[in-house]
Write a protein that binds this ligand. Structure first.
Ligand SMILES: Nc1ncnc2c1ncn2[C@@H]1O[C@H](COP(=O)(O)OP(=O)(O)O)[C@@H](O)[C@H]1O
Ligand SMILES: [Mg+2]
Length: 355
């Protein structure tokens, strides 16, 4: 069976375009994350995949099957929502068994499968409880077991970790990761949290105003963002306004002046002469004692010691831009505010993107 394909799909609410001619292929068995800020259309795209929202134009295929007109209950989908959406009056067992009963499985199979999935999410022994008698993390585990027990064709999750506190979020995230890898059920996961996206995904589609701005594996999105929007949304990035004296080819070296010094960087795409953005991750900038001779003249403005690392605010030149720099390793806190240093922007990891 092939994967999930969304082909040139547009969706509107009352004439207001929210998804704009979006195309996307999700390989079978993979964990795909839609990442983006609130309001960019993630939930809309998920509801469209589930069949709750009609498309205005375009097609949706699950493998060879065109499901564009297929109603939700015939799409064979498991869903997990931010607010759990459990049946409040049913026990944990009956919540998880629900999909199997709806599919008219025999009672022995229902008991075995439900028990198996409750064990997988770490809730054996909770069968008789009601949702109100569970913590948030436990409720989301029930929702996860309920979605997976039917072995759906596609698992959709809409910000399932957002209502959990930081520690639980990491625990349930690990459970989701393990269960998806074991079951190999094709999954579309929606989040606005870049760390979740990086930790869980085979591929990320970063959304901006109803379109996919960049799609790729986490390492590629992080290391090779195609725009300042991506660099800024995924991880931390210094984004600095610069001017290019001439056009630059995609991937080619871009040379420019900043704070009266020469800088070399890599162009993320074809660039015209004129205004552009310099993108540099805090951990990709190296600080050296002044006099080393290989970096740009800079001054430490502020130091934040964070135990395993130190964050500095550093001004380039006398009146240049202020950059955030993250130092790790031995002696990471060795520079003091007011100290002159050299900042090395490694050309391969320093990017220039269109403005
Ligand atoms: N039922 C609706 N009716 C009208 N507009 C909606 C509806 N649901 C969402 N929208 C609008 O569509 C856009 C995308 O919303 P949504 O898909 O919920 O974004 P996200 O999940 O990324 O936060 C937003 O501008 C939102 O206001
Ligand atoms: Mg949403």
């Amino acid at each position: 069976m092939g994967g999930i394909s969304i082909e040139d799909v547009s969706v509107s609410y009352a004439g207001n375009r929210v998804i704009e001619r979006l195309s996307l292929t999700i390989p079978n068995g993979s964990f795909f994350t839609l990442l983006g800020p609130s309001g960019c259309g993630k939930t809309t795209l998920l509801r469209m995949l589930a069949g709750f929202l009609p498309v205005e134009s375009g097609r949706i295929r699950f493998g060879e099957t065109d499901v564009t007109e297929t109603p939700p209950h015939r799409r064979d989908i498991g869903m997990v929502f931010q607010d759990y959406a459990l049946f409040p009056d049913k026990t944990v067992f009956d919540n998880v068994a629900y999909g199997l009963r709806a599919r008219k499985r025999d009672e022995a199979t229902i008991r075995r499968k439900t028990g198996e999935y409750l064990e997988r999410v770490g809730l054996s022994g909770f069968e008789a409880r009601r949702p109100a008698e569970l913590s948030g993390g436990q409720r989301q585990r029930v929702a996860l077991a309920r979605a997976l027990v039917i072995a759906p064709r596609l698992l959709l999750m809409d910000e399932p970790l957002s209502n959990l506190d930081a520690k639980l979020r990491v625990q349930v995230r690990e459970t989701i990761h393990d269960l998806q890898r074991e079951s190999a059920i094709t999954t579309v996961f929606v989040t606005h949290d870049q760390e979740e996206a990086l930790a869980l995904s085979d591929a990320i589609g970063l959304m901006r105003a109803g379109k996919i701005e960049q799609m790729g594996p986490p390492g590629e999105i992080y290391a090779a963002p195609v725009s300042s929007y991506v660099a800024d949304f995924v991880g931390a990035a210094n984004v600095v306004a610069i001017r290019l004296a001439g056009g630059v080819e995609a991937g080619g070296p871009a040379r420019f002046r900043l704070a009266n010094q020469d800088i070399a960087a890599r162009a993320v795409s074809w660039l015209n002469e004129g205004e552009a953005w310099l993108l540099a991750r805090p951990e990709d900038i190296l600080l050296l004692p002044t006099g080393s001779g290989s970096g740009l003249a800079a001054t430490i403005l502020r130091r934040q010691y964070l135990g395993s690392r130190t964050h500095y605010r550093v001004r380039l030149g006398d009146d240049g831009p202020v950059l955030t720099v993250e130092c790790t390793g031995a002696d990471h806190a060795r520079f003091a505010p007011g100290e002159s240093v050299e900042a090395v922007l490694e050309p391969a990891r320093t990017l220039v993107a269109p403005r």
